[in-house]
Each structure stands twice: as structure tokens, then as C-alpha cells.
Ligand binder design. Structure first.
Ligand code: HEC
Ligand code: HEC
Length: 334
């Protein structure tokens, strides 16, 4: 009799937990029509791939778009066109919809914005050099040759998507959504609970993601571990990641115009994902930012221009840091 009870418990407890977990999932499902309408209402630029020309320029634009979508296949560790990236992530994993989704590190205006002074290197970079930054970190790879077919294809594609941005659409959807900063530090402990609730079903309990059956790339990309982005990537910054999460995750339900996560939840989740005490990542070649006064305040790698600790830069609270900087007449970025 007792044995049966135990068996029943084994059956029912996980089932109850499963049902409870399902109940916490949002019921709203993404709807492409919805997206397009919201984008049009907000005057956000969108592209039309049927307008890619059928000439040699068009061939490069198409290849550039494919490089964004299928990066690992073409130039990943076993890339058919060259082995450049050190991991099997794709550019579109962060720059969603091949760099055209609003508030997903959107790249539609990047071609207009370079050459540009970059604080990380403390020099003016071309767009090609900026592409190589992402190839090296988060991509954990080695730079693409600047005049090679792959780089020319990336740039051709960026120029083409840029042509869909009208004068009145400038700077719309290209900067991340803002999150309201908290009075307390972002909490990896709270973030872990939220992760189990909202993220684990795709990214896995160990943040390992899910590889496609053919092994070329991920269906769900990894969030930490040796196959994920390194420290020193912008995605490793808690505020920056929270801004992106708010607009884009959970993947199947969040919309920039209808986020699932609250600002505090996005910050706590980003703190958990990016907690280096719990999670390993590949070592970056350099962390640079030669001028500490040009570091983003959530770029938590010393030396710092101020007196705040590494933990404060990492998790906050950020307002005291922002205030300190403003009082000094410096310009805090995050
Ligand atoms: C792990 C996430 C991630 C991946 C993967 C990734 N990037 Fe990025 N990328 C970022 C972040 C974060 C930024 C900075 C965005 C910001 O500051 O708002 C960025 C910035 C850029 C920029 C500069 C945009 C601008 O207008 O200043 C370019 C160009 C770029 N990435 C290209 C690529 C390419 C090409 C790939 C694939 C080889 C790639 N990225 C892969 C996260 C990623
Ligand atoms: C339904 C599955 C699903 C859920 C749930 C989900 N994600 Fe994702 N996530 C994805 C997919 C797919 C991508 C890649 C997006 C693309 O390629 O367009 C991604 C990309 C990411 C990335 C950037 C790429 C990387 O690997 O670094 C981060 C960070 C991330 N998710 C965090 C989260 C967090 C935190 C949650 C919980 C709030 C979450 N995700 C919930 C499917 C999911």
C-alpha cells in the first residue's frame, strides 16, 4: 500500500509541477501580421527581400544576408567557405531577422554610421572593422580579411538594408529599448528562478542551448559555457543584455511593443546569465577600453575611472555611479 503511494507521488508531483509551470507561460503567441502593423504604426523601417536586384551586386547582398542567418554554416568552426568563428552561433541570434528586427541590436542604419570613433579600441573604426569585432567577440573567432568576399558581402547587405531607412525613420528601432534601473543590485539569485520559469525550456538548465541535429549550429543558442559569447562582449553587460531581453525574450512570446519581462526581471535575468561566479565562458583575447573614462558603466572589467567596485559596475545599483559621473562632468553610457 505504502509502495503505491510512493509511486503515485512520483507520478503526480512532477505532473503537478509541470502543469503549474505551464500555467505560468504566457498565452499570447507571436503573430507576424501584428509585428508588421506595429512597425508601420511606429514608423520603423522594414525591408523587402524581393527587391534584391538580380545582378552581381544582388548576389553579394543575398550572400551577406545568408552570412547573417547561417554564419556557422559558412564561416563557423567547420565553415564551408572558411573557418573564422570559434563558436557555432549565428549573427542573427542577437541581430535578429538578419539585423532588421527593431530593438534587437538592429543594423539597418549601421552603414550610414561608420567610420565612427569606438571607445573600446579608442580609435575610429570602419564598418568592416566593427564587423570583425563581433567575429572575434562574441564570435570567439579570427578576423575576416577586409577585402575578402565574405566581408564585402556583409557590407553590401548592410548598405542595402540601410537604403530602406527613410529620413523620418532615422534612429527608430536601432537603439535598444530602455529599462528603468533599480535601487538595488540586479540579483543572480532572483534571476535564476526567473530563468527556470521563462528560459530553461529552450536554452536548457545549464544554459547550453540546443544543437541542431546536423551539428552545424544551434536551434537555441547557448547563453553561457565554452560555446557561448565571452566576457567583454556587449551582451555580457547586464544593462545592455536586459534592454535586449525586454524586447526579445522569451523568443516565442515577447514583442518590443508588448514585453513579457518587467524591467526588474530583465535585469535580474541578465545578472544571472552573466554571473561569472556561476558560469564559465571562453577567455577573450583582450578587454581593451584604453581610457577608463570612456567605459560603459556596466562594463565590469577594471580599471575603473571611479571608486566603485567591480561588483557595483556589474550588478548595480547603477544610479550612484551615474550620479558620480555626472557630478564629475563625465558622460556615463550604458
Ligand atoms: C552574442 C550576441 C551577438 C552576436 C552573435 C553578434 N553580435 Fe554584433 N553586436 C552585438 C552587440 C551587443 C552589439 C552592440 C550593440 C549596441 O551597442 O547597441 C553589436 C554590434 C554590432 C555592429 C555595430 C552596429 C552599429 O551600428 O554600431 C555590427 C556591424 C555587428 N554587431 C555585426 C555583427 C555580425 C556581422 C555578427 C556575426 C558575425 C555579429 N554582429 C554577431 C551582439 C552580437
Ligand atoms: C521558445 C524558446 C526560447 C525561450 C523560451 C527563450 N529563448 Fe532566448 N533565444 C531563443 C532563440 C531561438 C534565440 C536566437 C534568436 C534568433 O536566432 O533569432 C535566442 C537568443 C537568446 C540570446 C542571444 C543569443 C545568445 O545565445 O547569447 C539570449 C541572451 C537569450 N536568448 C536569453 C534568453 C532568456 C534570458 C530567456 C528567458 C527570459 C530566453 N532567452 C527565453 C529561444 C528562446
Amino acid at each position: 500500500m505504502k509502495k503505491h503511494l510512493v509511486v503515485l507521488l512520483f507520478l503526480f508531483v512532477p505532473m503537478a509541477i509541470y502543469l503549474l509551470a505551464c500555467n505560468t507561460q504566457p498565452t499570447a503567441k507571436p503573430n507576424a501580421g501584428d509585428d508588421k502593423k506595429q512597425a508601420e504604426d511606429a514608423l520603423l523601417p522594414t525591408i523587402d527581400t524581393s527587391k534584391i536586384p538580380n545582378d552581381s551586386m544582388g548576389a553579394l547582398i543575398r550572400y551577406g544576408r545568408n552570412l547573417m542567418l547561417y554564419t556557422a554554416y559558412y564561416i563557423g568552426p567547420n565553415g564551408v567557405n572558411g573557418k573564422y568563428l570559434g563558436n557555432k552561433m549565428n549573427c542573427t541570434n542577437c541581430h535578429q531577422d538578419a539585423g532588421t528586427k527593431p530593438f534587437a541590436f538592429n543594423l539597418m542604419q549601421s552603414h550610414d554610421e561608420y567610420p565612427q570613433y569606438r571607445a573600446r579600441e579608442a580609435k575610429v573604426l570602419t564598418l568592416a572593422e566593427r564587423v570583425n569585432n563581433c567575429v572575434m567577440r562574441p564570435g570567439n573567432g579570427r578576423p575576416l580579411p577586409l577585402g575578402g568576399r565574405e566581408m564585402v558581402a556583409f557590407l553590401s547587405y548592410f548598405k542595402w538594408i540601410n537604403s530602406f531607412v527613410s529620413e523620418e525613420q532615422k534612429y527608430k528601432g536601432t537603439k535598444p529599448l530602455q529599462v528603468e534601473l533599480m535601487d538595488r543590485p540586479a540579483s543572480p539569485t532572483v534571476g535564476k528562478e526567473l530563468f527556470v520559469q521563462h528560459c530553461q525550456r529552450c536554452h536548457g538548465l545549464q544554459g547550453e542551448g540546443l544543437m541542431e541535429p546536423d551539428g552545424t549550429t544551434f536551434k537555441y543558442p547557448p547563453l553561457w559555457g565554452m560555446s557561448a559569447y565571452q566576457p567583454g562582449s556587449s551582451m555580457h553587460r547586464v544593462i545592455k543584455q536586459a534592454q535586449w531581453l525586454k524586447a526579445n525574450m522569451p523568443y516565442d512570446s515577447a514583442k518590443w511593443f508588448a514585453p513579457i519581462l518587467s524591467d526588474a526581471e530583465a535585469l535580474d535575468l541578465a545578472a544571472f546569465v552573466n554571473d561569472d561566479i556561476q558560469h564559465k565562458r571562453p577567455s577573450p583575447a583582450t578587454l581593451d577600453y584604453p581610457n577608463a573614462i570612456e567605459k560603459a558603466i556596466d562594463y565590469a572589467h577594471p580599471p575603473f575611472a571611479d571608486t566603485f567596485s567591480e561588483a557595483s559596475h556589474k550588478f548595480g545599483p547603477y544610479q550612484p555611479i551615474i550620479k558620480y559621473w555626472k557630478d564629475k562632468g563625465w558622460k556615463p553610457t550604458y
